[in-house]
Design a protein around this ligand. Structure first.
Ligand SMILES: [Zn+2]
Length: 317
């Protein structure tokens, strides 16, 4: 990304120099001449970091007048990301996720994670990874106990997407904190009323835990989610039937979990894979040795170092 942006900036600078020279000599003809230069062929080496030779322009450059503002926008956006990364103590600038895919992948239950009649009843699939070849991961944050204002500032500053799975007994003392999160573009999802071990409950009790949380979320946040995560990742047939009856379409769990001081992996290879769903929790110094900001620094440090960007899960569901 750094190289691409630098090239765009160099093109813009080259473009400005060209314009100044021509403006001095040819006056009103300058704009026409510049337009002709822009539509010319790319010369070998034009994509190198040095400013392009006179007249050399990329094949797919925006129109001449748009180029300056396009380049300054890119330059400003990148500078803002560099500054934000520095402000929050990140070793590297987080990578930007590619745009949402034109066609969403088909999400099915992970093998071995299906329940009886999964397909026949069209039950919400339980999965740990989203099928994609892109080097992206998805960040999901659970429960809602710790409500650190610095966490909201950090993620907004760095423009990192995530979704939250909320359990009512932990969030009810401050729904406003999660409304701020929602206002920043993050989706709030269902993680039950009281965070029970669902397979230990009857169907009716499970339904109350899931549908009850749907009702509260509709009232507090304006809409009932379509995404639900069973506490501890534990569920049975009744869980998914109950969830479906409450309007749930997906039941993602996770492939990796990040803590403030270490990572845990579901797979034996102990590594990140394209499309992996990563779990962490809203926790603070009372729960582990650090803040949410420290936790996010660990998360972003690893995914960035390994060449992954953080993408919006809603873009793939
Ligand atoms: Zn939980």
């Amino acid at each position: 990304m750094r190289v691409v942006v630098q090239n765009d900036i160099n093109r813009a600078y080259g473009n400005r120099a060209t314009r100044r020279r021509r403006a001095g000599v040819r006056g009103a003809l300058a704009a026409l001449a510049l337009a002709a230069a822009v539509s010319g062929c790319t010369q070998p080496g034009a994509d190198k970091a040095a400013p392009p030779a006179h007249g050399a322009q990329p094949l797919h450059a925006p129109p001449a007048r748009a180029l300056d503002s396009y380049a300054s926008r890119l330059r400003a956006a990148y500078a803002a990301r560099v500054a934000a990364a520095k402000r929050w103590g990140l070793a590297k600038v987080p990578l930007q996720a590619p745009p949402a895919p034109a066609h969403k992948p088909e999400i099915t239950a992970r093998k071995g994670f299906e329940v009886d009649d999964q397909e026949e009843l069209n039950l919400p699939p339980v999965f740990t990874t989203i099928p994609t070849k892109r080097k992206i991961v998805f960040l999901t944050i659970d429960d809602g106990e710790n409500k650190d204002p610095a966490f909201l500032r950090m993620m907004s500053d760095l423009k990192i997407p995530y979704t939250a799975f909320l359990s009512n007994y932990l969030v009810k003392d401050d729904y406003g904190y999660f409304r701020k999160m929602q206002a920043q573009g993050h989706t709030l999802n269902n993680h039950t009323l009281t965070h029970p071990y669902l397979p230990g409950l009857s169907y009716a009790e499970q339904k109350r835990e899931i549908c009850g949380m749907q009702d509260i979320m509709k009232k507090q946040f304006g809409q009932a989610p379509t995404v639900f995560r069973p506490p501890y990742g534990n569920y049975n047939h009744d869980t998914l039937v109950a969830a479906k009856s409450c309007g749930i379409k997906y039941a993602p769990i996770w492939d990796e979990e990040v803590f403030v001081d270490h990572w845990e992996y579901r797979e034996d290879d102990r590594s990140l894979h394209p499309g992996d769903i990563v779990l962490t929790h809203f926790r603070g110094r009372a729960d582990w040795k650090g803040t949410m900001v420290d936790d996010m620094r660990r998360f972003l440090g690893k995914v960035t170092a390994e060449g992954y960007a953080v993408a919006r899960i809603e873009d793939y569901l």
